[in-house]
Design a protein around this ligand. Sequence first.
Ligand code: TXA
Ligand code: MG
Length: 309
Amino acid sequence: MPDPSPVDLAVSALRRGDLALLPTETVYGLGADAANPAAVAAIYAAKGRPAFNPLIAHVADLKTASQIAELDDRALALAAAFWPGPLTIVARVRSSGLVCDLARAGLDTVAVRVPAHLRFQEVLQAFGGAVAAPSANRSGRPSPTSLADAMAETGAFAAAALDGGPCAVGLESTVIGLVGEAEWLRAGGLARDRIEAVIGRLRDLDVDIHRTPGRLVAHYAPDAPVRINAAAPMEGEAFLSFGSGPETAPGRFSLSETGDVNEAAQRLFRLLRAADRLNPAAIAVAPVPMTGLGEAINDRLARAAGKVG
Ligand code: TXA
Ligand code: MG
């Protein structure tokens, strides 16, 4: 018999109720069988995450998504436009048995996403059910965008780790609420105007940490303090520049030499980690425009700086 492939090993770990580090196009996830409450409890323990944070249920396709969530016409239009991809839809849950109460933090809604990453797709197709997976960072820390970063965060808790290379998007998925009026719940890897072009204007949600704990202040934070909208670094600071050409000096990194927000999204968490490893007095970050994925980048930076309430 040939040795089991890394995908097979990840699927077996999920079936046993163990945790697996899994690549997605957004960020690496720490996955468990969403139907298994003991496995889901192990995710919360590994992340040091408050148990009221509901998790995203990842599925292979729209058919499985429709088994776990009530997807209305708006959801189907978004699914047709953006799945597989970096969009998470919150809708009323159906009693499929595929997502346990704990994975939803007891809510009667469920967050569902069909991810695009090929390796993760292989896992989901072989597994058949739903995989609950938050970003693989410890709670409050930047999301990992490589297997090495994921291993450093929560690798000790995972029975399997699947390498899928660096994440193509680099930011978590955009989260949209479709229970009642369409709501903008979390800026992420899919820009708001692209979603509004399909289903019309989204309502901004008043900050409600019980419904969207991803909006907590001081989320995504490295160890060093973060100073945003900085024109230049001060003494002892590391610096993330944007659109000002290549960086060669030590402690200076470029989010995008050409001022491309998609490239900056891809690099953001990796460079925050690289800067943090130098133990700087602070990490200063140049202004990033609000266009396209710039909204999500600025959201994460403001949280890293503790500037969002
Ligand atoms: O890109 C991503 O979304 C990554 C990868 C692994 O897929 N996952 C991720 O998961 O970022 P997590 O757990 O770190 O963030 C899930 C977000 C949180 O903001 C959570 O509050 C929201 O989704 N969420 C989950 N279920 C919800 C629900 N029923 N109602 C409202 N918000 C929900
Ligand atoms: Mg997260």
